[in-house]
Design a protein around this ligand. Structure first.
Ligand code: ZN
Length: 315
């Protein structure tokens, strides 16, 4: 197999969603409340489908089951990663995700969820909720029980190009006016801690999972120890944002032409800016902002030419 797999994303409507996925990426979104683009996904709640080559029409989960050789025979029982683009047109609920061990025990064998965010775009003075100020579990519980959210939650300003590593156990929320590319473990398990006491048109609040959230929140909050590593290459720059247990994430900035050695089991490639050409063996493919592809095992080395930026995770 020496072809990249270009993927058709799946869109998910959310009450906090908007139209940024159309405005920024020209995607054909289902409504004005489109919150999530599941760009590279083998998760049963939204599978991306291959658009080209001999596997056209197959979804990522099927390929993982039937053609594990494409993925370097990676041992995970499920496609381990999920790339999303999120349009937070309103504040998302304040939440936390469990780790693998907790999810396995309490969520029918789901994976835990460690994730990370690359800020694609945001309004001026945009913020995120990231971490908390409690020093002990008792203090955490008391601030939650008394609804002292401003004292508990840590808010930090964000700008386009920022990167945040969000391990399981970290309290977090995207806030209004942020567009994010998220790389995460392939899991859909979220414990909602606080939803700003919002009600829908019918006067209903959304379900909270406070007890489970308290179980899994890391106290005290630890910020990430990863420092980005920047490597200048001929024709481009490669930034390594994080090398973690579950994923490594790079940003590629191509200015002219850059050669890549493909020595990983597979790569997920999301083009976030610009356009260019990808040459694999004898074949050349046009690539542009909004394209998402998997570079399977066995394509060999490849070259990218053009002016573009991509976010590239691998397990
Ligand atoms: Zn999350």
């Amino acid at each position: 197999m020496n072809q990249p797999l270009f993927l058709q994303p799946v869109f998910q409507e959310r009450i906090w969603g908007g139209t940024a996925l159309k405005d920024l990426f020209d995607y054909d979104i289902p409504s004005k409340h489109t919150g999530e683009c599941w760009a590279i996904s083998g998760h049963p709640n939204g599978q991306s489908v291959v658009k080209n080559g001999p596997f056209r029409g197959k979804n990522v989960g099927e390929l993982w089951e039937q053609h594990r050789e494409l993925f370097g025979n990676h041992p995970s029982p499920v496609f381990p990663l999920l790339t999303k683009i999120l349009d937070a047109n309103a504040d998302l609920s304040v939440q936390v995700h469990p780790d693998d061990e907790y999810a396995k025990q309490y969520e029918n064998g789901e994976l835990g969820k460690t994730e990370c965010w690359y800020i694609l775009d945001c309004k001026e003075n945009a913020e995120i909720v990231f971490g908390h100020h409690a020093k002990t579990k008792e203090e955490l519980v008391s601030l939650i029980e008394n609804g002292e959210w401003n004292r508990l939650l840590k808010r930090i300003p964000v700008k386009p190009g920022d990167f945040f590593y969000v391990p399981s156990g970290t309290i977090h929320a995207l806030c209004e006016g942020t567009i994010v590319l998220e790389t995460q473990q392939s899991s859909d398990t979220t414990y909602r801690l606080y939803d700003y006491d919002r009600k829908d048109q019918n006067g209903n609040t959304r379900e909270l999972h406070v007890d489970k959230a308290i179980d899994v929140i890391a106290v005290p909050h630890k910020s990430s120890s990863f420092e980005p590593v920047i490597e200048k290459r001929e024709g481009g720059t490669i930034t390594t944002f994080v090398k973690g247990k579950y994923f490594t994430v790079y940003k590629w900035e191509i200015k002219e032409k850059t050669d890549f050695t493909h020595d990983k089991q597979f790569l997920l490639i999301s083009i976030i800016q610009g356009d260019g050409k990808l040459t694999v063996g004898e074949e050349t493919y046009k690539i542009k902002k909004g394209d998402h592809l998997i570079m399977p095992s066995g394509t060999g080395d490849f070259t990218i030419e053009g002016m573009l930026e991509a976010i590239v995770p691998h397990p």
